[in-house]
Design a protein around this ligand. Structure first.
Ligand code: TUI
Length: 313
């Protein structure tokens, strides 16, 4: 897409950024997305620095194309992880779950493109002034750590508030979602859920099966009272968590209940007691496809979607 600003900025073929999902978005997924013409992202999550370095080097061996790392700003290793990303000169850095303002100068110094994920207009405006390259506007339809505003309401408000190119995220999994995001003024999309149910994604088969089984109302947001709400598939864990929340458990107690639970679900396949982070669009997922086919299908369906729109105006 030659005229697309995100493609030009990131030197990629299609303005499709893969979500930087902890324990799920590894070198295997990131390199597959980059090789298929999108931008693959390694999800650093709570990864220790050496594990991230290993994942970056593995990705470099698997693709010659640009790729990125998502830095989860609530990680206990955030400072060390940032040093690894700088040492390894990662071409694109996305951030989540906080304000990356203080780290931007160091990222820009090594020439990386910096694209923070935000869930509010206020943070988008603040970060524009720090010299970031684009903004990912993430609606509450997304999986994992979420804000409260929907993609439909958030994207046009951020588009109006900043001059930077905006990438829409949350509830997007096909050409319809991508064109809807473009209609709202976005110039790219970030897609997570659709890539979880890909062949290359290393998530446990039980996790993928749970996503394929999900319906549109299968996710819930837990942890509102802790200040960092998380969208996951409802299961035994979320019911226990809600019960504890109702009985006045402290944020610390609730955080403890969630610790290690994403790994339990995504790697060990414990889908009853683990945390199955996934977006609301999971209800639309009905098959596991290779990453290249996922991207090919999205791009191939664009003319059909555009014709459908034309018919109605
Ligand atoms: O970061 C995400 N999604 C995530 S992070 C994650 S790991 C995790 N594990 C357990 C508990 C919590 C997290 C799983 N999923 N998406 C990007 C995102 N960032 N969504 C919302 C935000 C956000 C929220 C507040 C960004 C900035 C922010 O700013 C607060 C401030 O300081 O202004």
């Amino acid at each position: 897409m030659l005229n697309n600003k995100i493609c030009q900025l990131l030197n990629i073929q299609y303005p499709i950024i893969q979500g930087g999902m902890a324990w799920v978005a590894t070198a295997e997924l990131a390199s597959a997305v980059s090789n298929a013409g999108g931008l693959g992202i390694i999800g650093a999550g709570h990864m220790p620095p050496d594990a991230l370095r290993n994942e970056i080097q593995k990705t470099k061996a698997l693709t010659q194309k640009p790729f990125g790392v998502n830095i989860m700003l609530m990680s206990p290793f955030v400072k060390e992880v940032i040093q690894v990303v700088i040492d390894e000169r990662v071409p694109v850095i996305t951030t989540g779950a906080g304000n990356p303002g203080e780290y931007i100068p160091a990222f820009k110094e090594i020439g990386s493109k910096v694209i923070p994920v935000v869930a509010s207009v206020a943070l988008a405006k603040r970060l524009e002034r720090t010299g970031v390259d684009a903004i990912i506007a993430e609606g509450t339809e997304s999986g994992g750590h979420v804000g409260t505003v929907t993609t439909m309401a958030l994207v046009p408000q951020i588009v109006d508030a900043v001059k930077l190119p905006v990438i829409a995220a949350g509830g997007i999994a096909d050409a319809r979602g991508m064109m809807a995001a473009f209609a709202l003024g976005a110039q790219g999309v970030q897609i997570g859920t659709r890539f979880v149910v890909s062949e290359e994604c290393i998530a446990h088969q039980n996790y993928k099966a749970a996503v394929l089984k999900a319906k549109e109302r299968s996710t819930v947001v837990t942890g509102m009272s802790t200040g960092h709400p998380v969208r996951v598939l409802a299961n035994k864990l979320t019911r226990e968590y809600e019960e504890a929340e109702k009985h006045g458990a402290t944020p610390e107690e609730l955080d403890k209940m969630g610790a290690g639970k994403l790994k339990a679900a995504a790697r060990e396949g414990d889908i009853e007691h683990g945390s199955i982070m996934i977006g609301q669009i999971a209800g639309m997922m009905d098959e596991i496809k290779p990453v290249a086919k996922i991207i090919e299908d999205i791009i191939a369906d664009i003319p059909k979607v555009m014709n459908g729109i034309q018919q109605n105006i």
